[in-house]
Design a protein around this ligand. Structure first.
Ligand SMILES: Nc1ncnc2c1ncn2[C@@H]1O[C@H](COP(=O)(O)OP(=O)(O)O)[C@@H](O)[C@H]1O
Ligand SMILES: [Mg+2]
Length: 153
């Protein structure tokens, strides 16, 4: 499987914290268009791996290619291609789903009008019209989906 068939390729990733290796030869291949779950007991390096793949943390060894770009050499290109929702979703719970989408659009430097158009398009595409104008506090799961559907725009 080549770079173009894979959403994620990690080979021999290593990350050392003061107390030892959180990752010591982490390998992972995720084919495009698939859903991948990373499971394991607490403290086994899942968050560290995700942070390295999302370019939030620099690894000490090995290599990783995400969406066709090397996470060390082209972190800005990786960031343009991915979305990441943390354990605590970074959405404004007082705002509606629609307003959150517009806000994310603005944070991605879209103009006000373009951000509104894209937000409406996303809501339609995911058939979320019923929820769009409700505050995010009324959603289950803290409205995580609002954060990550943006990247499909
Ligand atoms: N910022 C940090 N500084 C020092 N040690 C850390 C840090 N983050 C995680 N660790 C350690 O690295 C190991 C893996 O942590 P983590 O990636 O959070 O695992 P998981 O997400 O699987 O629970 C743990 O032993 C944890 O204590
Ligand atoms: Mg974790």
């Amino acid at each position: 499987m080549g770079v173009n068939d894979s959403a994620v390729i990690a080979e021999g990733l290593r990350k050392r914290y003061r107390d030892g290796y959180a990752l010591d030869g982490f390998d992972l291949t995720v084919p495009r268009g698939t859903v991948c779950g990373l499971l394991g007991p607490n403290g086994t390096g899942k968050t560290t791996a995700v942070r390295v793949l999302a370019t939030l943390l620099r690894c000490d060894g090995g290599r990783a290619v995400v969406a066709g770009h090397d996470v060390i050499r082209e972190p800005h290109r990786v960031r343009r291609r991915i979305g990441l929702v943390g354990q605590n979703p970074a959405v404004d719970e007082v705002l509606s789903g629609y307003r959150n989408l517009v806000m994310f659009g603005r944070l991605h430097r879209l103009g006000a009008r373009e951000a509104r158009v894209r937000a409406s398009r996303m809501i339609e595409r995911f058939d979320l019209g019923e929820a769009a104008d409700r505050p995010v506090t009324t959603y289950s799961g803290g409205g995580c989906v609002v954060g990550w559907i943006w990247r499909w725009a």
